[in-house]
Design a protein around this ligand. Structure first.
Ligand SMILES: CC(=O)SCCNC(=O)CCNC(=O)[C@H](O)C(C)(C)COP(=O)(O)OP(=O)(O)OC[C@H]1O[C@@H](n2cnc3c(N)ncnc32)[C@H](O)[C@@H]1OP(=O)(O)O
Ligand SMILES: CC(=O)CC(=O)O
Length: 322
């Protein structure tokens, strides 16, 4: 199949990335600035918060404050995770643009992650999705462990297809297929996608791959060839899952963007601004720069100059950048 002409990038760094940071809870102001910089770089869908139990995931405990702090850019979706009705109510109060529910293809992982079985998770999501849609919000669905589970090992493509179909039938507009621990390889990714796409049209599927074994770009290229046109990624490759030991970061947004640019695929995202944001967040978190494209371009690169007169916020951000 021909590669897509356009890809929609869903930036998950502020949620999937930051949820797993060890050490002190990251200041709300840093999260807010990260989200604003990502929007300024052209990302139109930013998963910005998570309304889960703060006892389970302390880094995400300030979702309401983060959502309240963002200067929202028209046209940008600021979404959040909600595992149950309590989370949805908090997300609605915070005026999120969209919510995402999450379960997995593995029973063992689901128990560790959300303390229930896969079937129970779907039972919880049914009223959540109904209520969100009644409030005019779209709901995205995540299926984790699609290419392997840290507790159960191999996962059959048919299991991924079954839970994806259930989520889709409950009313999720898009199903994001997570290689949560980054163990997949290209052929495996294709086979999993083939099974899922027999149940759900390809245009309602997204790839969400972690890069633990350095396979994420290869896996993404493989699923682009199959017709995937929505990719989740995380600036600077931030991330991991607190309930999946060994899960390293998501594939880095700048690495994905560089590949897509090289393939002539449109995203609407500015690489220089994204790399500047990657450098900035790495400095804020006191982390080495790990994304390959950010390393190659380097942190002395200035964000594209055409943006400097665009907004006051932009020039303020630039001043703190280097
Ligand atoms: C692959 C990935 O990256 S997925 C993302 C990472 N994983 C996650 O974010 C999952 C985090 N997990 C969780 O938050 C929890 O497992 C839950 C909330 C889903 C379920 O936990 P349970 O303990 O079974 O929930 P239960 O309904 O029994 O409530 C227990 C407590 O949590 C609170 N709680 C439940 N849901 C929420 C919520 N959405 N937000 C805040 N607090 C909540 C309850 O009020 C209760 O509080 P209390 O002890 O003070 O009375
Ligand atoms: C919800 C997610 O973050 C998905 C995953 O990584 O499996």
């Amino acid at each position: 199949m021909a590669l897509p002409q356009q890809v929609r990038l869903v930036e998950v760094g502020p949620r999937d990335g930051l949820q797993n940071e060890s050490g002190p809870v990251i200041a709300t102001a840093i999260k807010v600035e990260l989200i604003e910089r990502l929007a300024e770089a052209g990302l139109c869908h930013i998963e910005s918060a998570s309304f889960v139990s703060p006892k389970w995931v302390p880094q995400m405990g300030d979702g309401a404050e983060v959502m309240a702090g963002i200067r929202r850019k028209p046209g940008v979706i600021y979404s959040a995770l909600a595992p149950n009705l309590k989370g949805l109510e908090a997300a609605l109060a915070a005026d999120v643009s969209e919510v995402a529910v999450f379960t997995a293809a593995s029973e063992a992982f689901t128990q560790k992650n959300i303390n229930c079985s896969v079937a129970e998770s779907l039972e919880r999501f049914a009223p959540l999705i109904e209520r969100a849609r009644a409030e005019g919000l779209r709901v995205r669905g995540y299926v984790s462990t699609t290419l392997g589970c840290p507790y159960a090992g191999e996962i059959a493509p048919s299991e991924v297809a079954a839970v994806s179909r259930d989520l889709y039938q409950l009313g999720c507009y898009e199903i994001s297929l997570g290689d949560t621990i980054g163990v997949g390889t290209p052929l495996k990714a294709k086979r999993m996608l083939e099974a899922v796409s027999r149940e759900i049209p390809m245009e309602h599927l997204a790839a969400h791959f972690h890069d633990t074994y350095g396979q994420a770009l290869a896996n993404l290229y493989a699923v682009l060839e199959e017709g995937i046109a929505v990719i989740d990624s995380s600036v600077s490759g931030l991330g991991g899952c607190p309930y999946a030991r060994g899960a390293s970061g998501n594939v880095a947004t700048e690495d994905v963007l560089y590949m897509l640019n090289g393939l002539g695929i449109e995203t609407g995202v500015n690489l220089d601004k994204l790399v500047a944001t990657s450098c900035w967040i790495s400095e804020q978190l006191n982390r080495p720069l790990t994304a390959r494209v950010a390393q190659a371009i380097g942190c002395t690169a200035q964000p594209a100059s055409e943006s400097e007169s665009e907004s006051e916020s932009e020039s303020e951000s630039d001043n703190t950048n280097h």
